[in-house]
Design a protein around this ligand. Structure first.
Ligand code: SF4
Ligand code: SF4
Length: 171
C-alpha cells in the first residue's frame, strides 16, 4: 500500500511539473508588452483618465476660473489643498473674494479626484505629466495659480431660443 502511494505521489508531481512547463513554454513564445521606459518616453501613450498632477488651466490672458470658494479644499480628504484668499472691492463697489494662492501638495495627494468633482467652475484638472520625482519633498508643494494671474470673467451661459413648436411639445 505504501509503495502504491509513493508511485502515485511521483506521478502526480510529474504531472504538475509538466503542466507548469507547458505554461512557461507557452508564455515564452507569446508576444510581450514590456515597456522599454525611458527609451520610449516620446512615444508613450496614456489613458486620458490617468491622474498624475493637479493643475489650474490659465487662458492666453493668464486668467483662471477659480473663484476661491474653497469647495475643493473641503472635499479633499487629506488636506492636500490649501487656499489663501482675500476680499477685494470691485468697480461697482461690491465685495468679492479673490484667490491669492492655491497650494497643492502632490506628495500627499492620493489622486481620488474629489477636488475636481467638487469644483463648480471646472477650474482644476489632472494633467498627464508623470515624471514628478524630486529629492526634496518640499518641492512637491506646488502653487497652481501663476504669479500675477487674474480671475477670469465668469462665462455667460449661452441660451439658444427654442422654436415655439418644441415648447408646445414639451408642455
Ligand atoms: S485628488 Fe483627492 S487627495 Fe488629491 S488633492 Fe484632490 S481631493 Fe485631495
Ligand atoms: S478650484 Fe474650484 S472648488 Fe476650488 S476654490 Fe477654485 S473654484 Fe472653488
Amino acid at each position: 500500500m505504501e509503495e502504491r502511494n509513493y508511485i502515485q505521489g511521483i506521478l502526480h508531481a510529474s504531472k504538475t511539473l509538466l503542466v507548469g512547463l507547458k505554461t512557461s513554454i507557452k508564455i515564452f513564445f507569446e508576444h510581450h508588452e514590456t515597456e522599454q521606459y525611458p527609451e520610449n518616453r516620446d512615444t508613450l501613450i496614456f489613458s486620458d483618465r490617468n491622474r498624475f498632477c493637479l493643475e489650474m488651466p490659465h487662458n492666453e490672458k493668464n486668467q483662471y476660473k477659480c473663484i476661491a470658494c474653497g469647495l475643493c479644499q473641503m472635499a479633499c480628504p487629506n488636506d492636500s489643498i490649501h487656499i489663501t484668499s482675500e476680499m477685494v472691492e470691485t468697480e461697482d463697489g461690491k465685495k468679492k473674494k479673490q484667490l491669492v494662492k492655491y497650494e497643492y501638495n502632490l506628495g500627499q495627494c492620493m489622486f481620488c479626484n474629489l477636488c475636481v468633482t467638487a469644483c463648480p467652475h471646472d477650474a482644476i484638472q489632472f494633467n498627464q505629466e508623470f515624471e514628478n520625482a524630486v529629492f526634496d519633498k518640499k518641492k512637491l508643494i506646488l502653487t497652481l495659480n501663476h504669479p500675477g494671474s487674474t480671475l477670469a470673467e465668469k462665462p455667460r451661459p449661452v441660451v439658444t431660443p427654442k422654436p415655439l413648436e418644441t415648447l408646445k411639445t414639451a408642455e
